[in-house]
Design a protein around this ligand. Structure first.
Ligand code: TUI
Length: 306
């Protein structure tokens, strides 16, 4: 399937792997790119030099194009951006903020810029500042989210900009792919489905929790602090939501979430850790390789879109 996104990124299939904090490291990114999709290394809160190493390790595993996601809440994001320019990757995506001050340096380096947006206004602004495409992410997604659903957001962003739109949030199979294609998207970005991939280094407890998840198992923490995060319900979220309801100060809430994603991803502590996942977790039943995931989705989507 050819779209403006497969041309822009030089990939075979219009499937992009989300740049998930702690999860999207070089093994996963390289496996997705090797399978014909577009892998991303999630820089998240990592120091710039770690990101440099991750880029080099991914390059050792694949000759295919891949990218880096820069998380803009990271106070080091400027240093990370410089390292990405020095190392050179095909494309950068950004999340959780406004990347406009970085766009010129990426463009000068020949790196495609694809901000993740959660509103029409932000999509238009990114187009004006020279973005090559946008990922429009609905609040079905895991992690840091906006307030619009994928179903409502995608057609409105598609109508508002001329650059290609990649749909994200709540997409986990070929039906989701076909649906957002009907809404005008030219590629999908998926996170949760790739978390359970064989090549994902995430702890087995985390993968099992996603495989066993039901439709209603995610909750959103941080609505009161202005940093809403979608995660799978557990002991930590129960305490967090209770504290949030009681009007606890930010510092007290932060104690529960500091280092919590690492705890879940690396140590497998799915009770006290932050088990980020999207609402589509209830649909993710099996562990497969990245190649199997991508080929299955393309097969399903192409038969529906015939
Ligand atoms: O970035 C994400 N999802 C993330 S980042 C992340 S790392 C983290 N870990 C712990 C606490 C906090 C963050 C986990 N999940 N998705 C992309 C995304 N970006 N969704 C929504 C947005 C967004 C929101 C506001 C993009 C731009 C924006 O603009 C606001 C502004 O500056 O006007």
């Amino acid at each position: 399937m050819k779209t403006r996104i497969t041309d822009l990124l030089g990939i075979e299939y219009p499937i992009i792997q989300g740049g998930m904090a702690w999860v999207a490291e070089h093994h996963l990114a390289a496996a997705v790119s090797e399978a014909g999709g577009f892998g991303l290394i999630g820089a998240a809160s990592a120091p710039a030099e770690i990101v440099r190493e991750e880029i080099r390790k991914a390059k050792a595993l694949t000759d295919k194009p891949f990218g880096v996601n820069i998380m803009l809440l990271n106070p080091n994001s400027e240093e990370v951006a410089k390292v990405v320019v020095e190392e050179g990757v095909k494309a950068v995506t950004t999340g959780a903020g406004n990347p406009e001050k970085f766009i010129p340096m990426f463009k000068e380096a020949g790196i495609k810029v694809i901000p993740v947006v959660a509103s029409v206004a932000m999509a238009k602004r990114m187009e004006r500042y020279g973005a090559d495409a946008v990922v429009a992410e609905g609040m079905e997604a895991g992690g840091h989210i906006g307030s619009q659903t994928t179903m409502a957001l995608i057609p409105q962003v598609v109508d508002a900009v001329d650059i290609p739109v990649i749909a994200a949030g709540g997409i986990g199979d070929g039906r989701g792919f076909a649906a957002v294609t009907m809404l005008g998207a030219e590629a999908v970005q998926m996170g949760t489905r790739f978390v359970v991939a064989d090549e994902s280094i995430v702890h087995d407890n985390y993968k099992d929790r996603i495989v066993k998840a039901k439709d209603i198992d995610t909750v959103v923490t941080g609505l009161s602090t202005g940093h809403p995060i979608r995660v799978l319900r557990n002991q930590m979220t129960k305490e967090y939501l209770k504290l949030e309801e009681s009007g606890a100060p930010f510092e007290e809430l932060e104690k529960l979430t500091l280092g919590a994603l690492r705890k879940a991803v690396m140590d497998g502590d799915i009770k006290n850790g932050s088990v980020m996942a999207g609402q589509i977790a209830g649909l993710v039943h099996k562990r497969q390789s990245c190649k199997e995931i991508i080929e299955e989705i393309m097969r399903e989507a192409e038969s529906l879109l015939k």
